[in-house]
Design a protein around this ligand. Structure first.
Ligand SMILES: [Fe+2]
Length: 394
């Protein structure tokens, strides 16, 4: 077994973190006391579509209003929010009177919109300007983020990703000013996620950890969070999928997803996400499913030259690899990823989603544009390699 190469070459390393993180079953109910430091008179609630009637959330709203905090709830944020959605939400929020605090409760879409609104409500800058390179002028209103899915890790990142339909592009506003002041990780909010959503989003979170651990931009902090995310997700994703009410498994998944987000904030994903993007854009394949289909094939490619890191991930997954060479342990890791997909009933063939051989060139052309991620891939990946990887999962 080879020791992992020292990460000293990547120092100075940066760790981006939310101001405060509270985790535990039922912690959403502590929200009124946790936000008391800001003495909010009027709070903006930015919700995802499926959480508006959550009993915990309704109880918190009632407690806030009883305590004298007005709650302004916007229309739920749609999946894949576009710039116009943010502009409409901003206008609605501004018409409600002065806001002191923004609370986002939902999946990645609601959280990303909440992050953007907190800045837009505090500074005279247009969202389109932020998307075209104007720097975020400073911290926005105080923010609280409460994820209700375990996948994107958006609550841990300094990014707000929005779709610009006229360019058919997703663009990120990225600034440390977007990091939340407070994050609540309450697994009770994720119990109603259907099994397939649990599977797809859970593999997305696993991808964040695996890709960041093997990214050229890995650092000492993301290594720590990535290995723990791999450990938590690999031990609990099957349980959360099989029984959504398993709160201990849901808690592991929510922590693993948050840790994956911490990794993304510094170390970036790599070729799995790069090759997944055109599948989302052209064929509307859900983000987590695209990543899941590509993960074993891309990791089989990437393991060559990074065997020691792959062996470390195999150990984090608690695979029986003691005494094996790093290459054999890396092989076991890749096989375990394929087995995880099979156990979760994840479609493994692009053909099943309507993709044909004739589409491969367009997919390669789309992926090749995602140089921001491809440049972080541990093994250089050319167009022929990408074509072979798509073909392998066709
Ligand atoms: Fe992702």
């Amino acid at each position: 077994m080879t020791a992992i190469a020292s990460s000293l070459t990547t120092l100075p390393a940066v760790l981006h973190q939310a101001g405060r993180v509270v985790a535990g079953a039922g912690c959403l109910l502590q929200l009124p006391e946790l936000i008391a430091q800001w003495r909010p008179q009027r709070l903006l609630l930015v919700l995802g579509r499926h959480v508006t009637q959550d009993p915990g959330l309704l109880a918190v709203r009632e407690a806030l209003e009883t305590a004298g905090t007005a709650v302004v709830a916007l229309d739920p944020v749609p999946p894949e929010p576009v710039v116009a959605d943010v502009e409409a939400a901003l206008a609605a929020a501004q018409s409600a009177g002065p806001i002191d605090l923004v609370v986002g409760v939902g999946g990645g879409s609601a959280i990303d919109v909440a992050k953007a609104l907190a800045v837009l409500l505090a500074h005279p800058v247009a969202v389109r300007a932020l998307l075209t390179g104007t720097p975020v002028p400073g911290r926005g209103l105080p923010t609280v983020m409460v994820p209700t899915t375990a996948g994107t890790g958006a609550e841990a990142t300094p990014n707000s990703i929005l779709l610009v339909p006229e360019d058919a592009l997703k663009i990120g506003i990225v600034s440390p000013h977007l990091l939340p002041d407070l994050v609540l990780l309450d697994p009770l909010l994720t119990r109603t996620l259907p099994p397939m959503v649990t599977a797809h989003t859970g593999i997305d979170a696993l991808c964040h950890a695996i890709e960041c651990y093997t990214s050229k931009k890995q650092n000492v902090f993301s290594d720590l969070y990535a290995l723990e995310a791999i450990r938590l997700i690999s031990r609990s994703l099957r349980r959360a999928f099989a029984d959504g009410q398993d709160v201990a498994a849901r808690q592991d998944m929510l922590l693993g997803s948050y840790y994956g987000g911490v990794c993304i904030a510094t170390s970036s994903t790599t070729a799995v996400h790069a090759l997944a993007y055109p599948l989302g854009g052209r064929y509307r394949v859900p983000h987590g499913l695209s990543n899941a289909m590509l993960l074993p094939a891309v990791m089989a490619f990437n393991r060559i030259g990074s065997e020691a890191r792959f062996a470390a991930m195999a150990r984090a997954m608690d695979l029986p690899v003691q005494g094996l060479s790093d290459l054999d342990a890396a092989d076991a890791f890749v096989q375990a990823l394929a087995q995880l997909n099979a156990d979760l009933g994840i479609t493994t063939r692009l053909r099943d989603l309507g993709v044909t051989e004739d589409d491969l060139d367009a997919l390669v052309a789309g992926a090749a544009k995602v140089t921001r991620l491809l440049n972080n891939n541990p093994r250089p990946m050319g167009r022929d390699d990408m074509r072979a990887l798509y073909a392998a999962v066709l």
